[in-house]
Design a protein around this ligand. Sequence first.
Ligand code: GDP
Ligand code: MG
Length: 757
Amino acid sequence: MKLSELHTGQQAVIVKVKGHGGFRKRILEMGFVKGQTVEVLLNAPLQDPVKYHIMGYEVSLRRQEAEMIEVKTAEEIARSGNTAQEADQEQEQTVITVALVGNPNCGKTSLFNFASGAHERVGNYSGVTVDAKEGYTDFEGYRIKLVDLPGTYSLTAYSPEELYVRKQLVENTPDVIINVIDSSNLERNLYLTTQLMDMHLRVVCALNMFDELEHRGDLLDIEKLSSLLGMPLVPTSFKTGRGLQDLLRTVIHIFESREGHDQYYRHQHINHGHEIENGISNIQQYLKGNDLLRLKYSTRWLAIKLMEKDKEADKVVRQLPEYEDIIKARDVAVARIKEETEDDSETAIMDAKYGFIRGALQESGYKMGTKNDTYRVTHQLDNIITHKWLGFPLFIFLLFLMFEVTFTLGQYPMDWIDMGVEWLGDFISQNMDEGPLKAMLVDGVIGGVGAVIVFLPQILILYTFISFMEDSGYMARAAFIMDKLMHSMGLHGKSFIPLIMGFGCNVPAVMATRTIESRRSRLITMLVMPMMSCSARLPIYIMIIGAFFSARYQSLVMISLYVVGILLSVVMARIFSKWVIKGEDTPFVMELPPYRFPTSKAIFRHTWEKGKQYLKKMGGIILVASIIVWALGYFGTMGVAPSLEESFIGLLGKTIEPLFLAQGFDWRLDVSLLAGVGAKEIVASTIGVLYGGEYNFSALEAYAFLLFVLIYFPCLATIVAIRHESGSWKWALFTAAYTTLLAWIISAVFYQVGSLL
Ligand code: GDP
Ligand code: MG
């Protein structure tokens, strides 16, 4: 329990002190050391501070400070075991929370999987880990709780990942951070490390991909570098699991020892040069006076962030009475930096950090080897793949291959599932008594969900391709090739991957926009996402096209729909970037990670993580909506409806019929469109139920209808995802409104013009 939770008169033993280094140091100096017994002298519910008795002294702590100290009462120790020995063991099982921080693709998730084995919770998402995944491992008497955080290059507040990681580090204060480093790319990876140093956290570095470093024949004095950084460096390779034990042992060592005891565990200030340092200490003066601030933040870090004009840091200090003084001090420093370096402070600070890194590497005798240029293959491949003329055709070919394989190969399992669903329907039909329950199961549940589940194989195949391209490093090149084109639409090269995913299912695709750093590009990508014809629309296309167009034209009609969607996305993106979401394009580096042959395990995992979203949708919203549509069609004002027209759904359709006169839709189509708000697959199943194969409209109306289906309201799940990712209902509702309006206009114009011809 927390020290703050003890009542007056209670005694307890200190288990650990959380928080950043500066805070811990102060608390430890006051005598709150692990294993010490502390007694509460006075703890009134509303009173702050609280008085304690420790090591013969009387000490007051703020309540918030006491919250950072974990203790165990004698009762707790006794309760956990009957014998003294058991109690001892129990007490020994200290929990150490460890957060994994590092650049994308440095091997955090691999480390996580090696360490935690089967003990994990919460999903990790596609190429990037977005939610924190938690797991644990028991090691040498400790329980090490691991949190796999999203990959970030830095801890500025550019992308949601960076903010998220920062928040986790500040607010949840893990006991120890494992900073996973791709040692084949030391200089860039250490940048994040320098930021962790600023935050004054307890860090252990895993020099991961050490196999690649050795393979290339790099030279590096690890001990030297370790002492320069003031943190332990452990060579690891999570391709094989090498170094894991050492790493965990080092984590425990850092957890147990006190800062400054040896040169591998001491707090280092990176020297940012005279002007910046002056600015930092001027700002720090004001921050240091505030105890509550010091509790949570290293004032040095906060000062550096303020110098970088960090918005979040600004929010933190805004409530302080000294706010204006702080900003004044900041502005003076920033102006001086500008005078001296002709750079803004952000760049100056970054340069200083890179200077620190280069110096440290130089001093540790770092030399990149030539024995085996790991990147030779990468360089050669890149010459072809991102080639001015060759790159694009190759890319189009791969896309074509992807869709071709998806649809042809997917046909087989699709047929099998179709047969299975049909068999199940027949089986229930024959073996159940007539009545609403049977009707609901056969027509509602199996009819509805069955129409959807058949597309699962195709989605999985598509996602396998995408995962392969992501994990191998090709997608990054695709983004690179597409960057120019995407920029002309106000998007970013990185928008491309989510958009392609959108052809599978818009929901995970919207989530995948998180990799785009620029908020503006991210928003626009989300907004045009519904134009990517997801596989849920496919059953409708197949159904209608199959019935209205001769076999010769069928695939042409199908392709035309996809093309219309893509063209619309281009047009809309341009409109949005010009008039709706204005702003400059912030340039962001497009990383070109080395090509790697992805492990089958990784591919499988990433495919599954994407596919899971689709299944969730099916088990939830589609199931419920199918039942609702069925029920509305089964019952009417007089109980069980004698015919569809007299059912609720019929009445509803008739009521809204005037809305779609311009498109020539009759009430049944209107109802299917309404039902499709839940999920587009339901349009198909609803048409199936309402028409039973006998259509009473023309090919013209059919195509107008297909256009409408393509463009209008994507589905509830997508809208919710947009709400989630954009952070507000505003954009979600905007998407719902503009897509529907656009669908109405385009399909009306098409129908009206078509009727004239
Ligand atoms: P994350 O983005 O940091 O979670 O990185 P992942 O754990 O997903 O790893 C990215 C890729 O690097 C995967 O294909 C891993 O198989 C590979 N990988 C991870 N650790 C090592 C390593 O030590 N050596 C080599 N050669 N590859 C590794
Ligand atoms: Mg990961």
